[in-house]
Structures are given as C-alpha cells and as structure tokens.
Ligand binder design. Structure first.
Ligand SMILES: Nc1ncnc2c1ncn2[C@@H]1O[C@H](COP(=O)(O)OP(=O)(O)OP(=O)(O)O)[C@@H](O)[C@H]1O
Length: 249
C-alpha cells in the first residue's frame, strides 16, 4: 500500500440525530491521501451533516479518526489544529483585504494588524506556494472583493493550504462557476489532492465524472454505493435514487 495511513480519514458508524430525526445513520468510510473522493447524493442525504460531524459543528456518535486521532468530541478549533479545513458553498474571504493579506491572515503570520495591511517585499514560502498552486499570483495585490467568483473559491482553498491543512472538505466548490472555472477548479483539486486527503460534496454530475477518483453515494443518511465513477454509475440502486433527478448514468 502506498497510502500513508497517518493521513487517512477513517469514519466508523457515524450517526447524527436532530430531535429524534436520524440525518446520518451509521456511515462508515475511509479516504486516504492521493484520493479525490466525491460525496454525492440527493438533497437531504446527509452530506453536509456528515461534514459538520467531522469538523465538530454538530454532535455525533461513532468514530471519526484522522491521522489516527479521534475527532468526535473535540471542539472545532482543536479539529482545525489537527490539519482539517473546510469550505462552505459561499466563499468566506475578507473582501476589503488583498489576496495576499487574506493568505497572510490565514497563515497566522506573526505580523501585527497594522503591518499586515502594508505591502511588503517578502512573501513567506507557504504563501508564495499557495499563490502558485491556486493560480492567483497575478492577483495577489487585488482586493478579494473584486475577484471573480471562481477566484474567490480558489483563494479560500489557498487559505487552507497556507494553514498546512491535510484534510480538505469542500462543499460544492464549483456551484455558480463558468465552464472554464470548473475545469480550472478540477485541476486545482487534483493538484491539491496529490498529497492531501480531499473530500468534495458535489451535485454537479459532469464535474464529478470528470474529476472524481472515487465516489461515495449517500442516501437517507446511509452509504448507498461506493467505488469508481464507472462503478457507481453502473449501480442500479444509484440509478434508482437519481431517477428523475440529474442523470448519473
Ligand atoms: N440543524 C438541523 N436540525 C434539524 N434537521 C436538520 C438539521 N440539519 C440538517 N437537518 C436535516 O438532516 C437531513 C440531512 O441534511 P443535509 O443538509 O446533511 O443533507 P445534504 O445531503 O447535505 O443535502 P443538500 O444536498 O440539499 O445540501 C435533512 O433532512 C435536513 O433537513
């Protein structure tokens, strides 16, 4: 096995209930670095709730381990410190600050607030690498609020990279993007996923088909199917669930 077990995400029998309603009903799955796992499923399947459980936003039972460490029961900030980061459907960047300043703040550099706002000659290595990986080098002095929609999402991913995040959980990263932005985002996720563990919640089946290395299908809080894109597309249970929705097959 070439995977580093240390950075495997191992989810075992996770359950989340809201006032007796079971939103996640005993989900188990495993994702390793180098994989690009897409988490798909109809509305209400439990995808976001599962990610909320992993990141400490909602209480859950069972076990979620990353790098061998149990995450369930830890507060959000401690989970972040273990190298776990997520994005939401709407990018959360500081619109009035430049791309560089956003990355600086995410990197937690020790500069004081007033010096953070000043332009500077040297850029820390991890910030430079994040600019290059996300293709934002040419935009570094632009206010984040003036970026195109896709660029804001890439900046948000860059903000996770400078924090040395090893597990990225991305919620519909290409929603609202142009075709070209989707292609670029897919390539970015492939680069990021080469040596990190990446889980992408997605409704866009074309994007999933083009870029997923593996797929987990959730339905009614449970894992319905799992495998390569071809395997889940061929699964009659998946076709049944998606009948009348976006065609998977
Ligand atoms: N805080 C909450 N309180 C009560 N029910 C909730 C809460 N959060 C989610 N749910 C319910 O849990 C179920 C799973 O929701 P979740 O948002 O995880 O689904 P999803 O697969 O992410 O759907 P979508 O693709 O529409 O975002 C839904 O029936 C939802 O209504």
């Amino acid at each position: 096995m070439t995977e580093q077990p240390l950075n495997d995400l191992v989810i075992d029998d996770v359950r989340v209930t809201f006032d007796g309603f079971v939103a996640v009903d005993g989900v188990s799955l495993r994702v390793g670095p180098g994989d690009l796992r897409f988490l798909i499923g109809p509305n209400g399947a439990g995808k976001t709730t599962l990610v909320d459980a992993i990141t400490g936003l909602t209480p859950a039972t069972g076990s979620v381990r990353f790098g061998g460490r149990e995450l369930l029961g830890r507060p959000v900030h401690r989970i972040v410190r273990l190298g776990i980061g997520r994005t939401f459907q709407t990018a959360t960047v500081f619109e009035n600050l430049t791309v560089l300043q956003n990355l600086d703040i995410a990197a937690g550099t020790t500069r004081r607030p007033h010096t953070l706002l000043r332009r500077r000659r040297t850029v820390p290595d991890e910030v430079q690498r994040a600019l290059e990986t996300t293709g934002l080098t040419g935009q570094r002095d632009r206010a984040a609020g003036t970026l195109a929609h896709g660029q804001k999402q890439w900046l948000e991913i860059g903000m996770l990279l400078v924090q040395n995040v090893q597990l990225l959980l991305l919620d519909e990263p290409v929603a609202g993007m142009s075709h070209e932005e989707r292609e670029q985002t897919g390539q970015l996720l492939q680069r990021v996923g080469e040596d990190r563990t990446v889980v992408v919640i997605e409704h866009d089946m074309d994007f999933m088909r083009a870029f997923a290395a593996s797929v987990t299908v959730l339905h009614a809080g449970r894992v319905l199917s799992e495998g390569t894109v071809a395997e889940v597309r061929a699964d009659p249970r998946v076709q049944e669930v998606y009948l009348g929705e976006t065609a998977v097959a």
